[in-house]
Ligand binder design. Structure first.
Ligand code: ADP
Length: 516
């Protein structure tokens, strides 16, 4: 549709602005390009004329913004005609001189400017206008910088299409064009594009419809789409962004701005791709880790379970041998047998603890309301021997009922209180157990007056097999690793505070509500 007839049917200022901006877009775009190209920039006179054309086009654009600003109820067309009369006539004179004095290689572009100026002139004179449909196909430009992206430009106006494609190609992009939505979708199906520049107003499939099709297609939804339109109605901009467009340009646009925003959109999309790739890798790693952890737990369980029985046999036979040979054994042989039995017992304890450790990771938890007072009672029964032997005092405040697994909780308390007795100082062991509610969890503390732990080992003591006081106290270095596993499995965390010589406080939190 030509400018005149668009004006006559324009029902709002937006349509009218749209109709007049198209020729201005062509004038600004082609003059900008020609000024940068060698064919023109080597001639001072040609540069002056083109600069003047560009300046006149800017003046007309400003008048258009004032006379047809969204504040006006009806298009002030007559005032606009009067305003732009002089700059349009100046452009006519400039383009005529330019065409006369220029070389053949730039004439095609100058004729495009001339056609657009002619349209504005017809508008100023109120004559009938003829539609602009340049047919020259877009050719790859001579000046091509590094290719930084493969772009698809979609516009039903061939001159727009050609101009944008050329501008973008000059920036180093590799550019494909499509004259309508259907062609664009078919090209998108067959080729990978880093970005789509999509005209909003097109016959057949509108830009918005094409955008919807892109965004609802799993293979295409991550391709950024930048909408281009001569309409700057906020509603239209908003709709496009809501439908998933990454950006929106209003024609005519500054080539520098176009380039900067396309680069920004491409960079954003590249970072998003990277982020998606990273999160896919993380998911993969975490699946792998889970699988190998489960495998390791199963292996540790099977290995320790199967090792128990032959080891029991070794211990029994060693003891039988010791009894049978009782009188025939000399001092040294007896010592050797005792050492062998002791080592086998330690190994048996190690295996037993490893078994417990792996079971914390593999066995299904039985989550139910558990009274921690009852857990304490059971724990103290299990620890009767060490408590009596060490004359230990164990005090516990009222403990809550929590949602947990009884077996796991007994293991936790037993390891912590057992250690509090085992790592005693010269003083009589005094152990206290308390619990306080904090926000959405219970905070437990098992405090002792034992030998204490140097702060630099606070983290390490929870590592499996790590023993700080290994030389003088029996143990396997698995107890605190079990405690950490139990607490983690129940959704809490465990840590220690201590000072060498004054005792330790093992803290752990457990959620007051079960995790869903
Ligand atoms: P084990 O007691 O079998 O050595 P643990 O995993 O239970 O293994 O403990 C790891 C190490 O942490 C112990 O060897 C000990 O050095 C230190 N530790 C644990 N509990 C205490 C405590 N209450 N007081 C001082 N040191 C402790």
């Amino acid at each position: 549709m030509d400018v005149r007839s668009e004006i006559s049917v324009a029902t709002n200022l937006g349509d009218l602005r749209h109709a007049l901006r198209t020729p201005l877009n062509h004038i600004l775009g082609y003059s900008e390009m020609l000024l940068e190209e060698e064919g023109i920039s080597s001639s001072e006179e040609a540069t002056r004329l083109l600069t003047a054309i560009r300046a006149d086009a800017q003046v007309i654009l400003s008048s258009l913004e004032v006379r047809l600003s969204p504040g006006h109820n009806t298009p002030d067309v007559d005032r606009l005609r009067a305003d732009i009369h002089t700059p349009v006539l100046q452009m006519v004179a400039s383009i005529a001189s330019l065409i006369q004095s220029s070389k053949v290689n730039v004439l095609t572009d100058l004729f495009r400017i001339s056609t657009a100026v002619g349209e504005l002139l017809s508008f100023v004179q109120g004559d009938n206008l003829s539609p602009v449909r340049p047919t020259a196909a877009f050719k790859s430009p001579a000046r091509r910088v590094t290719v930084s992206g493969h772009l698809l430009v979609v516009d039903d106006n061939e001159a727009n299409l050609e101009m944008m494609a050329r501008q973008l190609a000059r920036e180093g992009f590799s550019v494909e064009t499509a004259i309508d939505g259907k062609t664009a979708l078919s090209k998108l199906d067959h080729d990978h594009f880093n970005l789509v520049l999509l005209d909003v107003v097109m016959p057949g499939l509108s830009g918005l419809e094409v955008l919807d099709k892109i965004k609802s297609n799993d293979n295409l939804r991550n391709v950024p789409v930048v909408m281009v339109s001569a309409s700057d109605e906020l509603e239209s901009v908003g709709t496009c962004i809501e439908h998933g467009a990454e950006d929106y340009f209003t024609k005519p646009f500054q080539p520098a701005l176009l380039r900067a925003r396309i680069f920004a959109t491409l960079e954003r999309s590249r970072l998003q791709d990277q982020e998606r790739q990273r999160s896919r890798e993380m998911e993969q790693i975490s699946r792998e880790l889970k699988r190998s952890n489960e495998e390791l737990n199963r292996f540790a369980y099977a290995a320790s379970h199967d090792l128990q029985s032959p080891l029991r046999t070794v211990v029994s036979y060693l003891q039988l041998l010791a009894r049978k040979l009782d009188k025939d054994l000399d001092e040294q042989a007896r010592e050797m047998l005792d050492l062998a039995v002791g080592a086998s017992r330690h190994m048996s304890e190690l295996i037993q603890n490893l078994l417990s450790y792996s079971q914390v990771g593999t066995q299904a938890q039985k989550l139910e309301p558990i009274s921690c007072d009852a857990v304490m009672e059971e724990t103290l029964r299990h620890l009767e021997g060490p408590i009596c032997d060490n004359d230990a005092i164990v005090r516990s405040g009222p403990l809550p009922t929590i949602i947990g697994d009884r077996v796991l909780l007994v293991q936790l308390f037993q390891n912590l209180i057992g250690n509090a007795i085992k790592y005693r100082s010269e003083e009589r062991p005094a152990i206290s157990i308390s619990a306080d509610q904090e926000d959405d969890c219970w905070h437990f503390v098992v405090r002792d007056n034992g030998m204490g732990i140097d702060p630099k080992y606070f983290d390490r003591v929870f590592d499996i097999f790590y023993r700080l006081h290994g030389a003088d106290r029996p143990g396997t270095g698995i107890g605190l690793a079990i405690c950490q596993r139990v607490v983690n499995r129940l959704g809490g965390r465990i840590w220690v505070e201590s000072q060498v010589g004054t005792g330790s406080a093992f803290h752990f939190s457990l959620p007051s509500e079960p995790a869903h």
